[in-house]
Design a protein around this ligand. Structure first.
Ligand SMILES: Nc1ncnc2c1ncn2[C@@H]1O[C@H](COP(=O)(O)OP(=O)(O)OP(=O)(O)O)[C@@H](O)[C@H]1O
Ligand SMILES: [Mg+2]
Length: 222
């Protein structure tokens, strides 16, 4: 599902930082992989490169058999929208939109071309995630765990093959963490969605099928 070949990202504003340094990694369809490593080891950078939100300095990323480096502009945006769901540490919900609107948002510009009823799908997702009573709440009226569940519903609205999550439990207490973890595991085992999750939390890493540890942009022992 995901392959990286000698993937490298160098930031060079003043000092040169090799944020990701020659990472070669293969993640099969249906795997649940935890990316661990200390702060600054390159987890977020690697996720952003895999998710095509960032462009590598060198090396390649292949997602679902497509070398994403060959995609540009609209074709890249279409690819990302069709295949990938993103979950962020700080939820990234729009504060002025309701939970329901936030879930619909990624597909809203494409609503006319959707072969399904976007609003109905967003409702179903929120219901499935235990938020049926929260659809018309604004993010500020929701708990952290509820906000993260809305963000996961939003990541699922395009029925992605791959979910990339950056510290999805980083801002949650232990109960909400368990909830979100169980939810991610269900998506993985029941729907076969491939999960790549950057995390500092040993509980999350223990739940993953495989742990990939980064140090200074490189895979430890890899
Ligand atoms: N836009 C940028 N410009 C310059 N350097 C950057 C940029 N983004 C990240 N870096 C550097 O790249 C390295 C890797 O950062 P990254 O955010 O990938 O680490 P991380 O493992 O996600 O850390 P954390 O656990 O704190 O989230 C760090 O040294 C960071 O300072
Ligand atoms: Mg990070």
């Amino acid at each position: 599902m995901v392959e990286t070949h000698d993937l490298t990202k160098v930031y060079s504003d003043g000092v040169e930082v090799r944020a990701v340094d020659g990472v070669t990694l293969s993640i099969g369809a249906g795997e649940f992989v935890a990316l661990t490593g200390p702060s600054g080891s390159g987890k977020t950078t690697l996720l952003n490169l895999i998710g095509t939100l960032d462009v590598p300095t060198a090396g390649r990323v292949v997602v679902d058999g497509v070398d994403v480096g060959t995609l540009r502009g609209d074709r890249l945006a279409d690819f990302r929208r069709e295949k990938i769901g993103f979950v962020f540490q700080f939820f990234n919900l729009v504060p002025t939109l309701t939970a329901l609107e936030n879930v619909m948002l990624p597909l809203l510009p494409y609503r006319r071309w959707c072969r399904f009823d976007l609003k109905a799908r967003a409702r179903e997702l929120l219901q499935a995630l235990g938020l049926e009573g929260r659809m018309y709440h604004l993010p500020g009226q929701l708990s952290g765990g509820e906000q993260q569940r809305v963000a996961i519903a939003r990541a699922l609205v395009n029925e992605p093959l791959l979910i990339l999550a950056d510290e999805p439990t980083g801002n949650l207490d232990s109960r909400a963490t368990e909830e979100i973890l169980a939810l991610l595991q269900r998506l993985n085992t029941e729907r076969g969605i491939t999960l790549v999750v950057a995390t500092h939390n040993p509980r999350v890493a223990a739940a993953a099928g495989r742990v990939v540890e980064l140090r200074d942009g490189r895979i430890l022992g890899g």
